[in-house]
Design a protein around this ligand. Structure first.
Ligand code: ZN
Length: 353
């Protein structure tokens, strides 16, 4: 799995980053998204943003990428993690052990990372329960839960020694990074903003070529009641897409010349990209409203109408996608939830279309 050659615009962006002492190292992952971007910041301390999944081939490529820049793992002094997904933090503990580097992440992630195995299991249970609530057949939900458990070794528990606060700052010798929490893709998405250089290290909050999934995720430990929108739902689930779109709107107001994302090419012109993404979410919500025109349906039934049977690995993402857009419609008062036994279905509110 080799990375395609960067094109002209991308070469230019990578050059801009390099001038700021930031080097992208695209690492292999076993996931559908393909490679994940780690970034080496040549500063004091020598800093790595994101670590890639916990796998031998990823470690080998990271070592080769560092070597090409004249460094070795043992020199790393700080590892910063953008969010809770395995393709971003899996190797962090191993790298920290080998180098003695401190690990930094948003404060809410500290208990999650230190007890990762247990937290991941709870997360999978939560996802399975959400699937059942929304009409996904039991064997399907079980199969996905079992599959998810086999993926877990691409993550590994890690002790976060440097807790970052939303709105705080991370000081390196040559730069100050503002720490901003931008949840929605996951509960812990954190972006790092260099205002002087107008650069944004964005994790998966904003990607150029794919719209980030707003995955319905179990809230982080200690944050169960933090999401006021969740109480609007019969199952108390977080309104991930609403959270995500409000995070996008916050980012759209920032003065950014270059985004360094968690996957794919570096890019600029964020307000236009964000406007396009928000419009797309609006269109998807309309499509779902049309599916409800003849009868109330569960989220799973809506997914079936729109996409038919999907691969079991995609079932939860698909469900999250439907639930997120239903939240947009619910927020506008156009759709309401109904409890039918154990299952939740969605109906158009009369006179609202
Ligand atoms: Zn992610």
């Amino acid at each position: 799995m080799s990375e395609r050659e960067p094109d002209g615009a991308e070469q230019q962006s990578l050059g801009l980053a390099r001038e700021a002492g930031i080097h992208r190292i695209a690492l292999p992952t076993p996931f559908r998204v393909g490679r994940v971007n780690a970034y080496l910041i040549e500063d004091e301390p020598l800093t790595l943003i994101d670590a890639g999944p916990n796998s031998g081939s990823t470690l080998e490529e990271l070592e080769a990428g560092l070597a090409a820049l004249g460094h070795v793992v043992e020199e790393l002094e700080l590892i910063v993690i953008t969010h809770q997904h395995m393709d971003h933090f899996g190797l962090a503990a191993l790298l920290a052990r080998r180098s003695g580097a401190g690990v930094a992440a948003i404060d809410a992630l500290v208990p999650y990372f230190s007890d990762f195995e247990h937290e991941a299991e709870r997360e999978d249970e939560y996802a399975a329960a959400t699937m059942l609530r929304h009409g996904v057949p039991r064997d399907y939900a079980r199969a996905l839960q079992a599959l998810s458990a086999t993926y877990r070794s691409w993550g590994a528990p890690v002790e976060v020694g440097i807790e970052l606060a939303d709105g705080g700052e991370l000081h390196l010798g040559e730069r100050t990074l503002q720490v901003l929490r931008r949840p929605g893709h996951s509960p812990s998405d954190t972006v790092f903003y260099d205002a002087r250089r107008r650069m944004l290290i964005a994790g998966d909050h904003l990607l150029k070529n794919i719209s980030s999934n707003a995955i319905v995720t179990r809230p982080l430990p200690g944050e169960y009641d933090a999401d006021p929108a969740a109480s609007a739902h019969l199952d108390g689930r977080p309104a991930s897409l609403l959270t995500y779109t409000s995070s996008l709107r916050a980012t759209a107001t920032m003065d950014v010349e270059l985004v360094l994302p968690g996957h794919g090419p570096l890019f600029g012109e964020t307000p236009a990209l964000i406007a396009e993404r928000l419009k797309m979410h609006g269109r998807r919500a309309e499509k779902i409203a049309r599916v409800l025109a003849d009868a109330p349906r569960t989220a799973h039934e809506i997914a079936q109408v729109l996409w038919g049977d999907v691969a079991v690995t995609q079932a939860y993402l698909t469900l999250s996608e439907v639930l997120g857009h239903l939240d947009l419609l619910t927020g506008e008062g156009r759709v309401r939830e109904e409890l039918d036994g154990e299952t939740i279905s969605f109906a158009l509110v009369a006179d609202s279309v």
